[in-house]
Design a protein around this ligand. Sequence first.
Ligand SMILES: Nc1ncnc2c1ncn2[C@@H]1O[C@H](COP(=O)(O)OP(=O)(O)OP(=O)(O)O)[C@@H](O)[C@H]1O
Ligand SMILES: N[C@@H](CCO)C(=O)O
Length: 339
Amino acid sequence: MHKEAELKINAVQGRVVVKVPASTANMGPGFDSLGMALSLYAWVSMAPAEKTRITLFGDNLDGVPQDKTNLIYEVAQSVFERAGAEVPELDIGIRSDIPLTRGLGSSASAIVGALFAANALVGSPLSEDELFQMATAIEKHPDNVGASIFGGIIAAAWDGERADYVRIEPPAGMDVLVAIPAFELETKKARNVLPKTLPMQDAVFNVTHSSLLTAALFSGRLDLLGRAMRDKMHQPYRAALIPGMETILKEATQHGALGAVLSGAGPTLLLLARSGDAANEGLVAFVRDTMAREGIDVSTRWLEPCLHGPRVRVVGFDDPAYAMEPHQVLALAGAEVSV
Ligand SMILES: Nc1ncnc2c1ncn2[C@@H]1O[C@H](COP(=O)(O)OP(=O)(O)OP(=O)(O)O)[C@@H](O)[C@H]1O
Ligand SMILES: N[C@@H](CCO)C(=O)O
């Protein structure tokens, strides 16, 4: 049992609300390593209860379980177990602007939201690093969870036992265009199409380009992104699952993008562009037209890198918001950018 937890169990008398950013993983060649937090969010509210209740809020959570098989409930229990606390019944509210199974880190945001909410609920006995280690062990790749926890860009490596990372401040003046196809693609399916081994020359291509990309991001060399974001490890194998992707990745820089990649395991495509560039409208049209020619409905959205990780707010018993239903607290949280 975690000693501090013995003293602090149920230290929070109220409801915890956590706001977590979405994330994009890989950034092209940095497979399972490079991630960036995005200005799109999910919220988790959590309070002890007599009987478990899980309330879903918004349009993006269709099919998410509302019983104890829910990912957020399960992850919360792993925090209590680690901390030596017992909170078997929970009142959980979930709201998400991050579409599920689209390559924008919805599962990572749920895991991170659950870890931070449960930890806060029992008095924060686990450090940020412990939460990052747990998140990585659950999600299996640190790029999404690292970005959601630390914000900005992270370069991470996990050897199956410990994950290490360095956070990079995103270069200024860079906007993010996401093109989200109307169809779902589970990470599991998109990993199953990858080969078990790679030709040496492709492995070398990825190591060199991932290093170049990390250094370019670190030093603000936006001019290098188009070439540095090329990949031979996963995108060529996943292209068959996402009609239009190959053309967009190949031609995006001719339409003004700094670089273009598959976001995480897809199917969302992510394009980096200079903020306020006159070419940006044309870039959106190029992406939409290319996908339309393949018969794919796509919704496009401009985002920014998110510079922070989870925002945690405790709604105490005397807070008027405490009497609200979880979804009302989450509606409130959605309106309050400071949460
Ligand atoms: N807020 C949530 N609450 C509970 N479960 C969730 C939540 N968000 C995501 N999940 C679970 O995660 C699954 C999606 O995970 P998956 O890894 O396939 O996609 P993703 O995380 O959106 O994409 P990627 O990992 O490529 O960025 C959902 O089907 C659901 O089971
Ligand atoms: N790095 C992972 C991200 C998915 O969560 C992949 O591309 O499979």
